[in-house]
Design a binder for this molecule. Sequence first.
Ligand code: DCM
Length: 131
Amino acid sequence: MTDRVVVAGAVYSGGRLLAARRSAPEELAGRWELPGGKLEPGERPEQALVRELREELGVETEPVARIPGEWPLGPGYVLQVWTARLLSGEPRPLEDHDELRWLGPDETDAVDWLDQDRPAVAEAARLLRDG
Ligand code: DCM
């Protein structure tokens, strides 16, 4: 069986990266992630990402590039990450999160990221620094 995809966005604006603190489930609450979620049937990852970021944060975004790699989540799921440009709106924690932070290039280690998000965060931080 192929793994199902969870897509997350390294959303950036003004040279900073968006981090979102999960409010659920209990085992993940309080940890920080790149916001996103599961693909719905028939969706392409980029479509799912735009939809999830609209639902969870109330913003419009444009996927830019896939961050190479794929990271296992629970059984049957893998995480894929895209960089995404903020087009409009100011992110608000509408669903699944209780706090958001914009992190500058030297602050990307300042929050307690979910383990599975760390490789993609490291690459997104490198892209922020190198432009
Ligand atoms: N998830 C993750 N890292 C992310 C986004 C999601 O590990 N950046 C995980 C948490 C959940 C699953 O994917 O187990 C589905 O996410 P959600 O509950 O946000 O739909």
